[in-house]
Design a protein around this ligand. Structure first.
Ligand SMILES: Nc1ncnc2c1ncn2[C@@H]1O[C@H](COP(=O)(O)OP(=O)(O)OP(=O)(O)O)[C@@H](O)[C@H]1O
Length: 240
């Protein structure tokens, strides 16, 4: 479970998160929507300690992420992260890319790491691409490779930071399908997304961010069917 209390984050004098309270129980798929600059990505970075925080707390499975002495590497193994831009190693094949972290970070044998990599590449639909270099993959395939790399660490939570935003429209669907599959398998997921169909169809809950606060959080039916806050109503009417 992820428990966030009174989280505040500043960049210089700019307060980006203004007291976030949020519980994400295991098995939940939470989508985060909201205007550009409302703090959605920053929240993900604060959850996996890519950014420091100024006040409040983030607790993952009882581990206080920002407390002194917390083993950040152990924590990050629980939290898989997929960014907007894929970040594969260009000189390694897809199989080598995915096998790297289990071998280096988790200390698994080369053979076991390759087995994990093969399994996860199959999982994301890249079972026929083991020996291909990332440059020969489409954007959608590269992003699925990034998902496979995250999954190879056997995380308990997956954080998606606009995983499809950099893709050509025709490649978005295959990445969303992979995310949908993970959701169906019971993965706990927090997805910052501009894909309202994903938020509506796949999420258990949707959080609407406005200027650093969660202004509304509810089921997709409520968020999209009966939005209460004026800002959310405006946000939805602008994108429809
Ligand atoms: N490293 C940084 N240094 C300074 N300001 C930052 C930094 N990262 C983000 N910001 C600012 O913090 C605010 C929130 O950014 P964030 O990326 O969290 O928003 P977002 O809701 O995810 O937006 P988008 O949908 O455009 O990605 C923005 O005003 C942004 O310019």
């Amino acid at each position: 479970m992820i428990e966030i209390r009174g989280l505040e984050k500043f960049y210089g004098s700019l307060q980006v998160l203004k007291g976030i309270d949020l519980d994400v129980p295991n098995g939940e798929v939470l989508s985060i929507i909201g205007a550009s600059g409302s703090g959605k990505s920053t929240l993900l970075y604060c959850i996996n300690a890519l950014e420091a925080i100024e006040a409040g707390s983030v607790v993952v499975d009882g581990i206080d992420v920002h407390a002194k002495g917390t083993d950040i590497n152990a924590l990050r193994q629980k939290l898989g992260m997929v960014f907007q831009q894929w970040n594969s190693f260009p000189h390694l094949t897809t199989l080598q890319n995915v096998a790297l972290a289990p071998q280096i970070v988790k200390g698994k044998s080369k053979a076991e790491s390759r087995e994990i990599a093969a399994r996860q590449l199959e999982h994301v639909g890249l079972g026929d691409k083991f020996d291909v270099y990332p440059s020969a993959l489409s954007g959608g395939q590269q992003q699925r490779l990034a998902i496979a790399r995250a999954l190879a660490m056997e995380p308990e939570y997956m954080l998606f930071d606009e995983a499809t935003s950099a893709l050509d429209p025709e490649l978005v669907g295959e990445v969303l399908d992979t995310m949908r599959l993970l959701a169906e398998e019971g993965m706990t997921m927090i997805c910052v997304t501009h894909e309202m169909s994903f938020a509506r169809d796949v999420s258990d809950r949707v959080a609407f961010f406005h200027q650093g606060v969660i202004e509304e959080i509810d089921t997709p039916a409520e968020i999209f069917g009966s939005p209460k806050s004026e800002h959310l109503q405006k946000f939805l009417s602008n994108i429809r």
